[in-house]
Design a protein around this ligand. Structure first.
Ligand code: HEM
Length: 399
């Protein structure tokens, strides 16, 4: 069609439209036979000291897959698993089909696919590495707001798969899960999405299903805040085999859209301390304005509620900062449910105990958002360092 349009160029839009119409009824041209070039001809680099999918702008579609090692797994099982996956991930991220791919065409559409591999405490048990396990690689303490339903428990391994296309995510997920059996077995999948078009600016923020601009205040991802995210950055000591990795926390948080429907705009904005439209703090005009925590209204009440989500989540000490990359989920309601929606909350930080835990403690103690949100699962993982050319993921850990 493009070629026909170009040929008709100069004859005006009308002629182009006519040529498009007639083209549809005539014999296929060469242009019809050739696949059009991909809309987003992008791939993400796999090889390097750090894995992709952490400080990169989150792609719109994601699947988080929790897998367990089989009973009796050993260091050799772990090694073989990481060998298989390293090769598969290397190919998939380069938009090439893994060797055993039965639908290779699905792998060959570049869609900014990133696959990030992380391991849980059980991986250390199987690999005989318990003495090397970082102290933060353990379940978070339970909080009074938690209502875990057992569907998405901590697993031995986590695959984070993100891409511009849901097809690429689904295909990579299947290839990696099938390719791993019987070295690892899938326990659960959490799917999520974030619509970049509804964010106020390109990059990290998006709008969650409460309509809030989410992701405004973040550590910098241009290297300036590397020590907050990456293990071993700026010469800091890193746990055995994890320099170049990070800690990943994943919490599934149900958001009650039905009760949120009953809150008016004032209550909604007060709950976070920011405006719904612009994402600006209630004391400012622009999303990036600094909130003025001392500002009072005409009655002497603080403009930003002391128990608003933003106020409670703010760092109480400079190191209490985390990189958030949450995804919305919106599953089919079951039974009498009207909606089954929420956030696959994901954060990366070098030290969950120092950075994440104090924030989560404050939010559990008091946060207006808790009226509408309920954590229903939680997991902690160590994202492995990247794989250099010729190396397998986890090489340093399993050395
Ligand atoms: C900020 C929503 C859960 C940590 C925000 C903002 C929104 C939001 C709208 C303000 C804009 C921004 O800076 O991104 C939500 C929703 C949640 C949730 C809907 C659950 C369904 C959490 C959890 C944590 C967290 C579990 C960590 C334990 C933060 C932090 C900030 C923030 C650190 C930035 C605070 C600042 O320094 O201004 N969140 N959030 N949030 N949230 Fe959440």
């Amino acid at each position: 069609l493009l070629r026909t349009g170009l040929l008709a160029g100069g004859a005006g839009v009308g002629a182009l439209a006519v040529s498009r119409l007639s083209d549809a009824t005539s014999a296929p041209s060469r242009a019809d036979e050739e696949p059009p070039p991909p809309a987003h001809p992008a791939t993400m680099p796999f090889r390097g000291p750090r894995q992709a999918g952490v400080t990169d702008d989150p792609q719109p579609f994601a699947a988080f897959v929790g897998l367990d090692l089989p009973a009796g797994a050993t260091k050799d099982t772990c090694r073989r698993l990481l060998r298989v996956w390293t090769d598969d991930i290397d190919r998939l991220m380069a938009a090439k089909a893994p060797l055993t791919d039965l639908e290779p065409e699905l792998a060959e559409v570049p869609s900014r696919l990133s696959i990030t591999l992380a391991v849980g405490p059980g991986f250390y048990d199987a690999a005989g590495l318990v003495p090397h396990r970082p102290s933060w690689l353990a379940p978070l303490p339970s909080f009074t707001i938690d209502r875990f339903d057992g569907h998405w428990p901590q697993t031995d391994v986590l695959l984070q798969i993100r891409a511009d296309s849901p097809v690429a995510v689904a295909h990579a997920q299947r290839r990696l899960v099938v390719g791993a059996e019987p070295l690892a077995v899938q326990r659960w999948v959490q799917r999520g999405f974030r619509e970049p078009l509804t964010s106020s600016r390109p990059g990290m923020p998006f709008r969650n299903l409460f309509g809030q601009v989410d992701g405004t205040v973040q550590p910098r991802t241009d290297g300036a805040d590397d020590a907050l995210v990456w293990l071993g950055a700026d010469g800091a000591p890193a746990p055995h085999g994890l320099a170049g990795g990070t800690a990943l926390i994943i919490r599934r948080i149900a958001m009650n859209l039905d009760t949120w429907d009953r809150a008016d705009r004032v209550a909604r904005e007060n709950a976070v301390g920011r405006r719904l439209g612009s994402g600006a703090p209630l004391t400012g005009r622009l999303e990036t304005d600094q909130p003025d925590l001392r500002a009072e209204d005409e009655l002497g009440f603080p403009v930003i509620d002391p128990v608003s989500h933003m106020r409670r989540a703010m760092p109480a000490a400079p190191h209490e900062r985390i990189l958030r990359a949450p995804y919305s989920y919106d599953e089919a309601p079951t039974g009498r449910q009207r909606s089954n929606s929420g956030l696959v909350f994901v954060s990366y930080q070098a030290d969950p105990l120092r950075q994440f835990l104090p924030i989560q403690r404050r939010l559990a103690e008091a946060d207006l958002l808790n009226v509408w949100t309920t954590p229903i699962s939680s997991g902690v993982y160590a994202v492995l360092p990247g794989a250099l050319p010729g190396e397998d993921l986890g090489a340093a850990l399993l050395a």
